[in-house]
Design a protein around this ligand. Sequence first.
Ligand code: G6P
Length: 552
Amino acid sequence: MTLASSLTQSESWKTLERHYGEIKDQHMLDWFATDPNRFEDFHLSAAGLSLDFSKNRATRDTLHYLLQLANERELPAQINAMFEGEAINRSENRPALHTALRNFSDRQIMVDGSDIMPEIRDTVHRMEEFCWKIRRNQWRGYNNAPFTDVVSIGIGGSFLGPKLASSALKPYWDSGLNVHYLANIDGTHITEILKRLNPATTLFIIQSKSFGTQETLKNALACRQWFLSNGGCEEYLAKHFTAVSSNVEKAVEFGIAEENIFPMWDWVGGRYSLWSAIGLPLALAIGIDNFRDMLRGAHQMDEHFRTAPLAQNMPVIMALLGVWYVNFFGVNSHAILPYDHYLRSLPAHLQQLDMESNGKSVTLDGRRVDYHTGPVIWGGVGTNGQHAFHQLLHQGTHFSPCDFIMPMCSHNPIDNFHAMLVSNCLSQSQALLQGKTEQQAIDELIADGKSEAEAMVLARQKVITGNRPSNTLYFPKAKPQTVGALIALYEHKVAAQGMIWGVNSFDQWGVELGKKLGNKVLEALESDRIPDAFDGSTNGLIRAFHAMQSKL
Ligand SMILES: O=P(O)(O)OC[C@H]1O[C@H](O)[C@H](O)[C@@H](O)[C@@H]1O
């Protein structure tokens, strides 16, 4: 599909520009005051999630114009193309079919003329069998002791999704297995993980779609070496090493028995791969039934995204509000604030999901964009963030729209902790909305016993602009289905934004450059020759490395 007009020349874009001029100085509090139904009408529910988007700098007209933009960008047709398996990842000529991995309907999904659903179902059955064997101690370590630990070795998409879901679903860990995630190429990380483990009771899963990622291969080799030097031997490798990869040949070359390799496919992007066998460490921890429930939740969100009218479509509305801030308010960041310890890894996962997908400057047909695309995604768990970076949210010169994410019930309902946590979440979005006027600050200071003159001076420091936007996403409890729906919601939000911006949300060529240069720098670090091929700063730092290493 080629979109006829450039985005910024479109009618709806120009309307939005005009409309921005009209409402940019209006206060959300006035809209609440004059519109008693604002909460109910700026509210959506889907797949067990509820979204309050009433605290956004958007009126009913804004939504109308944003929806016009979505229609002008042919969003329904683009969404359909994604689900139907069209090669929307044009630079790699591939479909983006992570939705097929959680397709519980009986719809066939065709790639290159054949239905991919049987192979997907077959893989889930293999995962089920594998989980059953490990969790029921049918598959044991080399000295016949049951496994106690699983080390998942992978990075990027082969790490962040499973890591997030594993911590989000910690209350469902019922097998007694400890699951560890080894990602970074850092001797410290691997040392800290392995020093607690017994090779005889440790299972390794090498997670790499390409089976060519430097960090993963290095960590995998080091784990194998550790296994062989601490009681294991070549003959036992097949019992202790498994892999998930689309590159079976390379995994076999590495020494993984072919029957221990779970498949991955070209049509699943790394950051969208949690739903495939990349989710194996998670399935081992929570069991395949809970894993399937997570897929079910994601499928419900898929169906919502695929079929709900744009005006009631949660991912689409979140996407459009994001576009509104990035392109009209000139905002270039977005904060993710989960008020749930179990969801603390959400910002990290969404950073990759969003920034790797929409951190792009060229459209699908190769034109340089003349508008901004994906914002910087950041955040942290509440309430910790309140005592750290929320200061900037309230009084900084930048404003960053926020997503407050909150379960209404806790898995650990002790004392009134949860009510306190929820009260913090609600009062933060309330404070962002309301702010504090200079007069309010003066009144407070005078009530605190300051003289009028002192109050006048101090009050300025205490003014809080307010009128700062946020979404609140809430749900009863972080159960497998909810977590599935939540992650899928953001996947679709990101995809919908990519569709509006006309970029390819499914490739990542920028990452590739760093990987290539990394190998050349490593060569220079490991040779005793002073390199001159790079820029002055890189050369200087390499010399510093040589000098400091030689002093140790
Ligand atoms: O699964 P792998 O092939 O090892 O790839 C791991 C990661 O590597 C890259 O750098 C990509 O940017 C990620 O999207 C990918 O998930």
